[in-house]
Write a protein that binds this ligand. Structure first.
Ligand SMILES: [Zn+2]
Ligand SMILES: [Zn+2]
Length: 874
C-alpha cells in the first residue's frame, strides 16, 4: 500500500498546477464526448464469430444484483475486467465481454412492500440506472448480449432445464427440515444461515420447519465436483480448498450390528445390563431380534475398542424403543429439543453432549461382544447413517461422552515402536499406530487395518467400505414471489406432472400484492394456481414455489453467447467455441455456492448433451474488498462512495484507475479520497505532456541519437515490458500504473533536453504514442482523446499493444553490492554487461574494499554476474 502511493506524492510534488495553465485536462468535457461516440457504434465492443480466425477470449465479471446502489466497491470488480478486456483486444483477441443482471431476489419484494412499487418496475428501473452508471464509467460491455434473469425470455430456460432434470430424477420433491427465517418468511439454504441467523437479517434467529421442497440432486455429482477441482490449476487455491471442504468427502466403512433380544438375557447379567455402562462379553447363545443398526465410521480399525453404540434421537429404532418405554421417550424428546436449539444457534458442533441409555444391546460382529445402545444429542441423522460406534479411547467426542457417563474405555491402538513407554494419554487418535487387543488384526498399522477390516466386513456380509459426503442436495424451493415459477402441476389423478415444453414459460404474474407473510403470494392467485392437467385434461394445481435465485446465476454465462435464442437455451456450437470462460472475476464470497452450483449445472448440461465442456471456468480471480473507515464499503455501514460522485469530481478515468492503483487487485483496498485526487493529477500531467508535444512531425527513424533519447527509450521499453508481463502474470495493476507514473516523471524531467533539440521528433512521437497505448486499458477516455490528438486512427481499442525491445529496455549501468565475508561493504556501478573479470577488478579497486581486506589473505572471490561480488578473506 504505502509503496504504491509514493508515485502519487511525487506526481503531486511536481505537478506544478497552473504554471502551464494553457492546457487544461477536463474529464467533464472529454468523457461524455467519447461515451457518446462509443454509444453511436454498437459494433465497438462486439465479439466476432468463430470464423474470425482470431484466438478467442471470454472475460467476465460476476453479474450484479440490480439493487440500484452501485458503489466504488462494485466498480473495482468491473474496472479489473475492463482493463483486461481492453488489453486483450489490443493483443488481437476476439473478446467476449458481456454484462447482465441477476434480477430476481428478495430486495425487490422488500422494496415493493416499503415503497408500494412492483418488483418488476423497481428492478427494471434500477437496471436502467446502473447501466447509465456503467456507461458513465466507460466500461466496454456489448449491451446487445445483455441478459436480465427476471424476464421470461431468460427464465423460461430455467424452467426447461428444471423439467429435463425432473425427467432424469435429478429434480425431486421431499419433505425435509428447512431453515425458516421469520423475517423473510421463507426457506433459507443451509449456506444462507450464518451462525444460526439469516444471512440478510443478522439479528434474526433461524427456525426449523418441515416442508415439502424441491431439490436438485447435487450429491449425484459430489465425486466429480471434487475430482474436477484438480483440473482447475488456475483457480485460487483458497477457493479450491473451500470447495473441497464443502463437498467434504470422507472414506470409511459401514458396519451392520444386530440388536440383541434382551428378553432371553440370563439372570446373572441383569445388574450389569441395567446400567448400560459396560460391554457384555460375547455369548454363543446370544439371540437377536432381527433389527439391525448400520453405523458409519472412518475408523473401523478401532472397532475392537467400541464400548457403546450411539443413535441420533430421530433414528427410527429410537422411535421403536420409545414406543414401549415412556421414560426413554421423554428423555429423547429433551435431547431433540437441545439439538434443535443448538441448530438454531448455528453451532451444532459445540453442543453440550447429553445421552440416555436405550436399554438395549447390539452385537459387535467382529468379536460378538454386546455393546449398550445409547441415544445421543450430538449424533445427527443427516450425517452418515445417524448411528455411530463409540470408541472413547481413540476419539475426542466419544471420550468426552464416555467420561461423562462412566462408559468403559479400551485401548486398541498404540504408537509405533513405543510399546515400552506404556499406555498413551487418552484419547489417542494418531493414525500412524499399530493395533492391539484386536484379534487377528493385531500388529497391523491403522491404515492397513482400515482396508482389511472393511474388506472382512464385506466378505462376511455385515458391512462394506464406503464414502460419505458433507455436500447435500440443493433445496431450490422458495415461498416467494419474485423468482422463476417452478413449472410443475399437481393432478389428483396423475400426481406430479411437468408443464409441457410448448407451454413454457410459466409466466410470473404481474401486479401482485406483496405481503411477505403466510407463504407465497402466488398461492393466493386463483388464476395462477388453477390449471389444466396436460395428461388427463382435468383440473390441476400449479406449484406456487419459485426457484432459488442461485439457479439463475448457475448458467447465465452460457446465455451471453446466444442471448436472443428462442428455440433453445443456446446454440451448442457457440458454447463449444467460447467455453470455458477464460477469465472470471468476482468476490471470494461466491467461492462456494455460486461456483459449486455453476459447476454442477455445467455437468448436468453436459450429460443432457447440450454442451461438451466439463467445467465452465478456466481461470478464476477473486478481487479484494473495498474498505472505508475500517469497514467494508456498504450501504448499511454508511460509508458508500458512489461512482456518480467520483465521476463528477474527478472523472471516470481517475476513479476507475484509482481502484486499480490503490492496492493489488486481490487485496483489500483502503479507500482514500486523496488517492483519487492524486490519480486525477497524474492524468492531468499526462494529458498536458502529450498535448504539448502532439504537434511534432511523426516521420523519421526512431533512433537513440543522444544519451537523453537513449535513456527515454530505455524507460519506455522497460515500462512496456513490465506491464505486458504483469497482464500475463500477477495482475499487479497498482505497480503497472506506478510504472507509467514513473515514466511520465522521466519524460517531464527531460523536457528541457527535448526543447533543446536533443531528442529527435521521431523519438518523441514514438514515446507519446506508446504512453497513450499504455494508458488505454486503465483510462480509456483519456487514451482515446489523446490517440486522436496525436493524429492516430482508428479507435485505440483495436490498436496493437506495443511490443517491447529487450535490447532497448536493458539498463546500461547496474548497481552491484560488494561483500567481504558475506558482509555488505559497498555498492558499485558497473556496465550491465560486465563479465566476471571486470566485476572482480572493479570490486578489488574500490577504496572501501581495500581497507576492509588490508592485511588479510583473499581466499576466494565469489561472483554472481549482474547480482553481487563476495570476497572471502582470512
Ligand atoms: Zn431473513
Ligand atoms: Zn391429470
Amino acid at each position: 500500500m504505502s509503496a504504491s502511493k509514493e508515485p502519487v506524492k511525487a506526481a503531486v510534488a511536481t505537478a506544478n498546477d497552473g504554471a502551464s495553465g494553457e492546457i487544461r485536462y477536463n474529464p467533464a468535457e472529454i468523457e461524455p464526448r467519447w461515451q457518446e461516440r462509443w454509444a453511436a457504434d454498437p459494433d465497438l465492443y462486439a465479439a466476432e464469430s468463430a470464423s474470425s480466425g482470431k484466438p478467442k477470449y471470454y472475460v467476465l465479471e460476476m453479474l450484479p444484483y440490480p439493487s440500484g446502489q452501485l458503489h466504488m466497491g462494485h466498480v473495482r470488480n468491473y474496472a479489473i475486467g475492463d482493463a483486461l478486456a481492453r488489453y486483450m483486444w489490443m493483443q488481437g483477441y476476439n473478446v467476449l465481454h458481456p454484462m447482465g443482471w441477476d434480477a430476481f431476489g428478495l430486495p425487490a419484494e422488500n422494496a415493493a412492500l416499503k415503497n408500494n412499487v412492483q418488483p418488476r418496475e423497481w428492478t427494471l428501473s434500477n437496471i436502467e440506472n446502473m447501466k447509465r452508471v456503467f456507461n458513465r464509467m466507460g466500461l466496454s460491455y456489448d449491451w446487445r448480449n445483455e441478459i436480465t434473469t427476471c424476464l421470461p425470455d431468460y427464465y423460461r430456460w430455467n424452467q426447461w432445464f428444471f423439467i429435463r432434470m425432473f425427467e432424469r430424477g435429478l429434480a425431486y420433491r421431499k419433505k425435509s427440515k428447512v431453515n425458516w427465517c421469520p423475517e423473510c418468511a421463507t426457506v433459507l439454504a443451509n449456506e444462507q444461515v450464518i451462525d444460526g441467523r439469516c444471512w440478510r437479517h443478522e439479528d434474526t434467529l433461524v427456525e426449523q420447519r418441515d416442508l415439502e421442497q424441491w431439490f436438485l440432486r447435487t450429491t449425484e455429482y459430489a465425486q466429480e465436483l471434487l475430482d474436477g477441482l484438480d483440473q482447475l490449476p488456475h483457480w485460487p487455491e483458497r477457493v479450491r480448498t473451500m470447495q473441497r471442504n464443502w463437498i467434504g468427502r470422507s472414506e470409511g466403512a459401514e458396519v451392520e450390528l444386530a440388536v440383541e433380544d434382551a428378553s432371553v438375557a440370563p439372570e446373572d447379567e441383569q445388574k450389569l445390563r441395567d446400567s448400560g455402562t459396560a460391554v457384555l462379553p460375547a455369548r454363543e447363545d446370544a439371540r437377536t431380534t432381527g433389527k439391525k443398526i448400520t453405523i458409519f465410521t472412518t475408523r473401523i480399525d478401532t472397532i475392537f475398542g467400541a464400548t457403546s453404540i450411539e443413535l441420533a434421537p430421530e433414528h427410527p429404532l429410537v422411535k421403536e424403543f420409545s414406543a414401549s418405554d415412556s421414560r426413554l421417550a421423554e428423555e429423547v424428546a429433551a435431547l431433540l429439543d437441545q439439538q434443535k436449539k443448538s441448530r438454531e444457534a448455528g453451532d451444532i458442533g459445540a453442543i453440550e453432549k447429553h445421552g440416555v441409555f436405550a436399554g438395549h444391546y447390539a452385537i459387535n460382529p467382529f468379536n460378538g461382544e454386546r455393546l449398550p445402545i445409547w441415544v445421543a444429542n450430538y449424533v445427527l441423522l443427516d450425517y452418515g447413517t445417524g448411528a455411530i460406534m463409540s470408541v472413547p479411547a481413540h476419539d475426542e467426542r466419544d471420550y468426552e461422552f464416555a467420561k461423562k457417563y462412566g462408559l468403559e474405555m479400551r485401548i486398541v491402538i498404540l504408537p509405533r515402536g513405543n510399546s515400552e513407554v506404556g499406555e498413551p494419554i487418552l484419547p489417542f487418535t494418531e493414525e500412524d499406530s499399530l493395533l492391539i487387543n484386536s484379534g487377528e488384526f493385531n500388529t497391523l498399522g491403522c491404515q492397513e487395518a482400515q482396508q482389511k477390516m472393511a474388506a472382512y466386513a464385506q466378505e462376511h456380509g455385515f458391512g462394506k467400505p464406503t464414502v460419505t459426503f458433507r455436500l447435500k442436495d440443493w433445496g431450490i424451493s422458495r415461498q416467494r414471489y419474485w423468482g422463476t415459477p417452478i413449472p410443475m402441476l399437481y393432478c389428483e389423478k396423475d400426481g406430479i406432472v411437468p408443464v409441457p415444453d410448448d407451454q413454457l414459460p410459466v409466466l410470473l404474474p404481474e401486479n401482485v400484492e406483496i405481503t411477505q407473510q403466510g407463504g407465497s403470494p402466488l398461492g393466493k392467485l386463483a388464476e395462477f394456481v388453477n390449471a389444466t392437467c396436460p395428461k388427463c385434461g382435468g383440473p390441476a394445481r400449479r406449484e406456487t414455489d419459485t426457484m432459488d435465485t442461485f439457479v439463475d446465476s448457475s448458467w447465465y454465462f452460457y446465455r451471453y453467447t446466444d442471448p436472443k435464442n428462442s428455440k433453445a437455451p443456446f446454440d451448442s456450437d457457440k458454447i463449444a467455441y467460447w467455453f470455458p470462460i477464460d477469465q472470471y472475476i468476482g468476490g471470494v464470497e461466491h467461492a462456494i455456492l455460486h461456483l459449486i452450483y455453476s459447476r454442477f449445472w455445467t455437468k448436468v448440461m453436459r450429460d443432457l448433451g447440450v454442451i461438451k465442456n466439463d467445467e465452465p471456468i478456466a481461470r478464476l480471480f477473486t478481487q479484494g474488498m473495498v474498505i472505508k473507515n475500517g469497514a467494508k464499503m456498504s450501504k448499511s455501514k454508511g460509508n458508500v462512495v458512489t461512482p456518480d460522485d467520483m465521476v463528477a469530481r474527478f472523472g471516470a478515468d481517475a476513479a476507475r484507475m484509482y481502484t486499480l492503483f490503490a492496492a493489488p487487485p486481490d487485496r483489500d483496498l483502503d479507500w482514500q479520497e486523496d488517492g483519487v485526487a492524486g490519480v486525477s493529477r497524474f492524468l492531468a500531467r499526462a494529458y498536458r505532456f502529450v498535448m504539448k508535444h502532439a504537434g511534432r512531425a511523426k516521420a523519421g527513424e526512431v533512433a537513440a541519437t543522444s544519451t537523453t533519447s537513449q535513456a527515454l527509450l530505455r524507460k519506455l521499453h522497460q515500462t512496456i515490458r513490465k506491464i505486458t508481463e504483469d497482464f500475463a502474470g500477477r495482475w499487479h495493476f497498482n505497480t503497472c500504473i506506478a510504472a507509467i507514473m514513473e515514466l511520465l516523471n522521466v519524460l517531464i524531467a527531460a523536457e528541457p533536453a527535448i526543447a533543446a533539440g536533443e531528442v529527435p521528433d521521431a523519438v518523441v512521437t514514438e514515446i507519446l504514442r506508446n504512453l497513450v497505448l499504455l494508458l488505454a486499458p486503465f483510462s480509456p477516455h483519456l487514451a482515446s482523446e489523446l490517440w486522436e490528438q496525436i493524429g492516430e486512427q482508428p479507435s485505440i481499442l483495436r490498436a496493437p499493444w506495443p511490443k517491447y525491445d529487450e535490447a532497448l529496455a536493458k539498463e546500461d549501468e547496474i548497481e552491484i553490492p560488494i561483500q567481504v565475508n558475506g558482509k555488505l561493504r559497498t555498492v558499485i556501478k558497473v556496465a550491465a554487461e560486465a563479465d566476471e573479470q571486470a566485476l572482480r577488478d572493479a570490486a578489488l579497486a574500490e577504496d572501501k574494499i581495500e581497507v576492509a581486506t588490508e592485511g588479510k589473505q583473499i581466499v576466494k572471490v565469489i561472483i554472481v554476474p549482474g547480482k553481487l561480488v563476495n570476497i572471502v578473506v582470512k
